[in-house]
Design a protein. Structure first.
Length: 187
């Protein structure tokens, strides 16, 4: 055995590791987003995410998005979801379904179109927390995964995390379905 043998073995291992398929759960990505909010009309925008793979098909993820709506009659709405996720992808294959849930901190800002001060008091600009569930599908294309997902979010008002049954009428709520589609690069 010569001194060059361990160096060659290490180089061969590094090359083999570089050629292996990248894990689907870990990576960094970007996505376009549409959010159908309950009371603020449709919001459009995009975001970024960072995922870290865990054993048994689980992963954790941090996301940041920016969405806005200019369709709301009284104000231009700016909405920034900052979210933490736990997800499960049960198997790797040509199609990779996944599910999960998480919590978020939601930054809200309104650009008022009206000078009526009572309207501003009626709307709450305070940031708040919320929670959500989601399901999606990833399609790996080499080191890049194309993904699409649907998410339903309940955004608390005044930091109240409470169930909103049919008997509760939430006024000016961001609750709603959102759809994200984008690309993720695995690592």
């Amino acid at each position: 055995m010569t001194a060059k043998t361990p160096a060659r073995a290490l180089a061969a291992l590094m090359i083999a590791a570089a050629l292996l398929p990248l894990p689907a759960r870990a990576g960094i990505g970007a996505f376009a987003s549409w959010w159908d909010s309950k009371d603020y009309d449709n919001l459009y925008g995009g975001g970024v995410k960072l995922a870290i793979g865990l054993p048994a098909g689980f992963w954790i993820e941090a996301r940041g998005s920016y969405l806005e709506s200019r369709d709301f009659d009284q104000a231009d709405v700016h909405f920034v979801p900052l979210e933490a996720i736990v997800g499960l992808q049960p198997w790797d294959g040509a199609l990779r379904p996944y599910v999960g849930g998480g919590v978020g901190y939601y930054l809200k800002d309104f650009g008022w179109k009206s000078n009526w001060k009572q309207l501003e008091k009626e709307f709450d600009d305070k940031d708040c927390v919320g929670y959500f569930a989601f399901a999606g599908l990833g399609i790996p294309l080499g080191p890049v995964t194309v993904f699409g997902e649907a998410k339903y979010t309940l955004v608390g008002e005044d930091d109240k995390l409470e169930w909103r049954g049919s008997d509760i009428k939430e006024k000016y709520s961001f609750d709603g379905l959102s759809v994200n589609a984008g690309l993720k690069i695995g690592f």
